[in-house]
Design a protein around this ligand. Structure first.
Ligand code: AMP
Length: 208
């Protein structure tokens, strides 16, 4: 099976959900730069302090901070799923120097659907499980099915910030689709399908 993969796609396409599933099923490391940054912010580290204002606006954190953060966390031999990285062409070029990539999976979703999904996304504060009040609600309002933790709405899942995040995605990140297509590494999935369907299609692409 292909073991070093990138998940591309706009915010809300399901990268985090799919990465968690794939990582658990295949024993791969799940590296989400968004999760790492949120943890740095919560712990009040230097990096967290530098990153917070960008994140609050839905802008990208500067490339060099992200590249330094990801270096040393990638273990080529163990295999990994990159979720939310690379987000720019300079990040993708830096990644090429750090690790080999087997496949880049582009989970496509329209702007309208991104906004619909993200405004109704909730995340467990304790275990990170992702819910959607429209498609995948918890059994008990505000409580995680898996661990009983409290569900919350990410600060950047507010409508104005979501719209900016989508524009930033189109401007800075969507060019990576061609970047990986040219290298023969790109595979496309329709992210508007139910989670299970998307996951089955990705698994079929990975040859497992
Ligand atoms: P995410 O959880 O992937 O949606 O990321 C949340 C926020 O963290 C983004 O809106 C950015 O501000 C920041 N971020 C995450 N990954 C990156 C990255 N690779 N490059 C720059 N900023 C990032």
């Amino acid at each position: 099976m292909l073991k070093r993969m990138i998940l591309l796609g706009p915010p809300g396409a399901g990268k985090g959900t799919q990465a968690k599933l794939l990582a658990a099923q295949n024993g791969l490391a799940h590296l989400s730069t968004g999760d790492i940054l949120r943890d740095e912010v919560a712990r009040g580290t230097d990096l967290g302090k530098k990153a917070q204002a960008y994140m609050d606006r839905g802008d990208l954190v500067p490339d060099q901070l992200i590249i330094d953060m990801i270096k040393g966390r990638l273990d080529e031999s163990a295999g990994f799923i990159l979720d939310g990285f690379p987000r720019t062409v300079p990040q993708a070029e830096a990644l090429e120097k750090i690790a080999r990539i087997d496949v880049a999976i582009n989970i496509a979703l329209s702007r309208e659907e991104v906004i619909r999904r993200l405004t109704s996304r909730r995340v467990c504060r304790h275990c990170g499980k992702i819910y959607n009040l429209l498609y995948n609600p918890p059994a008990v309002d505000g409580v995680c099915d898996a661990c009983g933790g409290e569900l919350f709405q990410r600060d950047d899942d507010k409508r104005e910030v979501i719209e900016n995040r989508y524009d930033v995605y189109m401007d800075a990140t969507a060019p990576l689709i061609d970047f990986y297509r040219k290298r023969g590494l790109l595979k496309d999935v329709d992210g508007s399908q139910p989670t299970k369907k998307v996951s089955e299609q990705i698994l079929a692409m990975l040859g497992s």
